[in-house]
Design a protein around this ligand. Structure first.
Ligand SMILES: Cc1cc2nc3c(=O)[nH]c(=O)nc-3n(C[C@H](O)[C@H](O)[C@H](O)COP(=O)(O)OP(=O)(O)OC[C@H]3O[C@@H](n4cnc5c(N)ncnc54)[C@H](O)[C@@H]3O)c2cc1C
Length: 438
């Protein structure tokens, strides 16, 4: 006998992974596929969305609650639109959204008109609406596994909390800048819990080539205030794209003296393909940039060690400068400081003038390891200690006193540089307490 079921009245578009599927009115859908994004028309009676499916409902739709990790449930009267790939939802004006479930991040206000969200960001607001972008969760590859404090996951949790807080204040009718100003009048210049905007007052270019540039950015601190950092601490900067709706954070270590008043400076290497770099490249004098901090667990006591050996690569010199500045600025501190600095070429040595000034102190010396410099093609400054080749275990072995002889080794460079140096130190008999990685 032939199947007597009526032909389906609904249009169903099956989707491969990451594509979009749409259900028409009257459609009785099966659970949405993992990672498919689906839209239901009015009158649709959907089953619960499965894990990781993202669903939206049209006006009049009566949806069951979405399961964990599906993102939203729709209210009657809501008029939803299909989300673009991997973005989750867009809300129309007049929409009244219920709170999103775990991992969905936002609720939209009445009157809000949101633009399409970008990949992995969840929702953003359209023209007219000044809704904050939700933070992006870190990728597994963002975590170095080295026990950083704060780790990228801690930063994400903090960002999520801040973002939820900001959404709340917006719902209550208070703008974020108003909040920030309120805080500034009765609090310190900088807070680890909330972002403060600082005005960019100068940009100084240090290096430039086809793939990157390095600049020093100077920010004004109102009222001749200071950051309140201790040695070796860093800040977090946030970028929230008005158009893209993305929220990106990165860490940077101020290079200005810790006690500097009325300003602070950060050195930032701007990469062609870097996510934050793309934003930093657009910075202009007068721009307002959001910072929070300080962060970092490094502690230092004068004369605690006989020698501090700094092993740095590229922009990893920034915390070293802070620590060295602190030691050399205290005439009662007799700690010797030795910097081993790996760069590609001579002209890539960052903050060379500051390092040269430090070299005038009896207890500071620097040695530069150039991996890509042609010995014939550059003119070192008189007295520069230049080596051609890589900063490797043999160098550490020759430079470092034996483990246990009151030496602290500080490490800061790329992720691979850091883990190479840690492995080298351990192979040379140094224990975890003998070194610190920024
Ligand atoms: C505690 C701490 C302090 C820091 N302080 C500073 C600082 O003072 N100044 C500073 O410039 N950076 C500093 N960084 C690094 C900074 O936080 C960013 O990781 C860096 O600016 C790149 O961000 P991005 O979004 O532009 O690039 P991403 O989007 O994160 O990376 C894109 C690509 O850029 C390239 N890239 C990124 N970082 C590096 C790198 N370090 N070496 C080589 N290639 C790289 C890679 O090709 C990468 O694939 C610090 C990091 C930490 C954890």
């Amino acid at each position: 006998m032939e199947n007597s079921d009526p032909p389906p009245t609904a249009t169903q578009t099956a989707s491969p992974s990451n594509c979009h599927v749409t259900a028409e009115a009257g459609c009785d859908w099966l659970a949405a596929l993992e990672r498919s994004h689906v839209t239901a028309e009015a009158g649709c009676d959907w089953p619960a969305a499965t894990e990781r499916s993202h669903v939206t409902a049209e006006a009049g739709c009566d949806w069951p609650a979405a399961l964990e990790r599906s993102h939203v449930t729709a209210e009657a009267g809501c008029d939803w639109q299909a989300a673009p790939e991997r973005s989750h939802v867009t809300a129309e004006a007049g929409c009244d959204w219920p709170a999103a479930l775990e991992r969905s991040h936002v609720t939209a206000e009445a009157g809000c008109d949101w633009p399409a969200a970008t990949e992995r960001s969840h929702v953003t607001a359209e023209a007219g609406c000044d809704w904050p972008a939700a933070p992006d969760p870190p990728l597994p590859s963002d975590c170095c596994g080295g026990g950083c404090d704060p780790c990228v996951y801690d930063i994400y949790d903090q960002e999520l909390r801040l973002w939820q807080e900001e959404c709340r204040t917006r719902r209550e009718g208070k703008s974020a800048s108003q909040e920030s100003n309120d805080r500034r009048t009765d609090g310190p210049a900088l807070s680890p819990d909330n972002y403060t905007t600082f005005k960019l007052e100068n940009i100084q270019q240090l290096t430039f080539d086809m793939t990157s540039e390095t600049n020093v950015y100077r920010f004004q601190i109102p009222g001749n205030g200071h950051l309140g950092l201790t040695t070796g601490q860093h800040l977090i900067v946030r970028y929230r794209g008005r158009v893209s709706g993305r929220s990106v954070t990165r860490q940077y270590t101020p290079i200005s003296p810790l006690e500097a008043k009325g300003y602070f400076e950060v050195l930032i290497k701007v990469y062609a393909a870097g996510e934050m770099s793309r934003y930093v490249r657009t910075w202009q004098v007068g721009d307002l940039v959001e910072w929070r901090g300080p962060f970092g667990t490094f502690t230092y006591r004068p004369n605690q060690y006989r020698q501090v050996v700094m092993v740095a690569a590229g922009t990893g010199v920034t915390p070293m400068l802070q620590v060295a500045g602190r030691i050399l600025g205290n005439e009662l501190d007799e700690t010797r400081v030795r910097l081993l600095y790996a760069c590609r070429r001579y002209r890539d040595i960052l903050l060379k003038n500051s390092l040269d000034e430090m070299a005038a102190f009896w207890n500071f010396s620097a040695s530069y390891w150039l991996s890509q410099e042609n010995p014939k093609n550059f003119q070192p400054k008189y007295g520069d200690e230049i080596h051609h080749g890589r900063l490797d275990r043999a160098v550490l072995s020759a430079e470092l006193p034996p483990p246990g002889s009151s030496v602290l080794v500080l490490i800061c460079g790329t992720r691979s540089f850091n883990s190479d140096m840690e492995a080298n130190l351990q192979a040379l008999g140094f224990s975890q307490t003998d070194f610190f990685r920024f």
